[in-house]
Ligand binder design. Sequence first.
Ligand code: SF4
Length: 274
Amino acid sequence: MVEPTTMALSHSQAMGNSAPGHTAVAQARTHLREALESLIQWAEDLQECGVGHVECDPAALSQLVVPPTAQKRPEERLAEIARRIAQCRRCPLHRTRTRTVPGQGNPSPELVFVGEGPGTEEDRQGLAFVGPAGQLLTRLIRALGMTREEVFIANIVKCRPTERNEGVRDRPPTDEEMSACLPYLHEQLDVLRPKVIVCLGATALRGLLGLQGISRLRGKWQNYRGIPVMPTYHPSYLLRAGGEGKELYWQVWEDMCEVLRQLGRPVPERRRRS
Ligand code: SF4
């Protein structure tokens, strides 16, 4: 396990990477994770084909270490992650998905939204937040003076979870499904390096930060690897509570105004109608 880390760091130094130490370590961590994920995927594929064991010599093993990607552009690195997600069978959700939903948007955003997982429409289109909750999120982003193209939108799990895995009624992902899928989100965030992350709902908060209690924690800044995180309610919850203009909506609006202040952006004037 030590060897690939050392190799990635050495390569980064050999390439004359003048990034600060913590950036080099983060990049090395990403390379190591990518290498291990490729290896795990390969081993799982073999296992599914009935192969019980493989014999490897050191030269063969060295071929499994993927080349460092630090010199690639963020969009290329995100596309690589999306390609691996499209082939992923790490958890049972792959059996009922129509399409994987890696997330989409600006590859170098100031702001990233993290939701729970794809629903019906997202599963059909392969895009995050395009159903009714996504449309509410789009209106919210516009009200903030931004566009969806400026931000990146992703989920904790990349395949649609449904009750009894029948592909009919949506449900939150299980802890096992989240654990299986979270490495992809961590990788994406390593590439995206936003100034602020917004956690949409209890599942996103639990998955990303291991915290419980969205009602208690919404509007209170948290931290993900040095990036400020604002927890707030999920748009689906807002819809169930009546949508725009209702009390919960205005609570989310206040949270988002805090996000704008953190980003140093102007906060639009909006008045509640009583
Ligand atoms: S939800 Fe994530 S871990 Fe599970 S199969 Fe889909 S991409 Fe893989």
